[in-house]
Design a protein around this ligand. Structure first.
Ligand SMILES: [Zn+2]
Length: 244
């Protein structure tokens, strides 16, 4: 398991493992006694969200649902996004959102917490806050949908690839362009440029490369299908001629 202490984490998929949690002292206050508010689209709802957070989360989950439904994926029966006052925490690093496949819980830090904790290394430091917040909800919703469609915890890199594609594909073009250009010059990306190592050390670059790779494919849904069937390897490979 990698250590994530030196940079801020935008979003994480976890699978019932200890280490990624809402910071309890804040989270209790946010969601205690709060009612479950359904999104306009059936299936998703929020707990502890302000009106604006509810709107943005619902837009994000709806965008992810529509995007993956266009590739034939079904949405979970019902998923609740709980908003916590403080930042979430994942392996000692702050996280803005997370989906726990073990419990089926989707957690979001509050918009205010994400904004006040933003750094140049996360999406809030690189785009308008509402667009960033909506994109985190879309990313986490994608994890929930992929889990409901049988993606296994061991396929976590493929899971992050698809969630990144959903996150960037569903954000406004101006936000996407800003995020891409903050990481690299836009160009076609080869699959071997996307790996668990890149994710560990430069998660936003991982997301940007995933989107650029995906957007250059002839049949993106077919590629998502091969990930679901566990026929794609994202393990970092040795360069030709590399020896030890
Ligand atoms: Zn993720």
């Amino acid at each position: 398991m990698r250590t994530l202490s030196s940079f801020s984490v935008s979003a994480r998929y976890i699978s019932g493992i200890a280490g990624c949690v809402p910071v309890l002292i804040f989270s209790l206050v946010a969601s205690f006694g709060a009612e479950n508010v359904p999104c306009p689209d059936a299936g998703w709802s929020t707990v502890g969200a302000s009106d604006l957070e509810h709107e943005l989360i619902c837009e994000g989950t709806s965008g992810a649902t529509e995007f993956l439904a266009s590739c034939g994926l079904e949405e979970p029966d019902s998923t609740v996004a709980t908003v916590h006052y403080g930042m979430l925490e994942c392996f000692g690093a702050p996280a803005q959102g997370m989906y726990d496949a073990g419990t089926g819980e989707l957690s979001m830090a509050s918009l205010a917490a994400c904004n006040s904790a933003k750094t140049p290394e996360d999406v809030f430091g690189r785009m308008q806050p509402e667009a960033a917040y909506r994109s985190i909800a879309a990313h986490e919703a994608a994890h929930a949908i992929l889990h409901a469609n049988g993606l296994k915890p061991a396929q976590w890199v493929g899971n992050e690839y698809i969630a990144s594609v959903v996150q960037l594909s569903t954000m406004p073009a101006i936000s996407r362009s800003a995020l891409i250009r903050s990481s690299m010059e836009p160009r076609p990306v080869e699959l071997n440029e996307i790996s668990d190592l890149i994710y560990a050390f430069e998660p936003i670059l991982f997301s940007v490369r995933s989107y650029l790779h995906y957007s250059d494919l002839e049949d993106g849904c077919d590629f998502i299908g091969t990930i679901l069937e566990d026929r794609v390897s994202f393990t970092a490979r040795r360069a030709p001629g590399w020896r030890n």
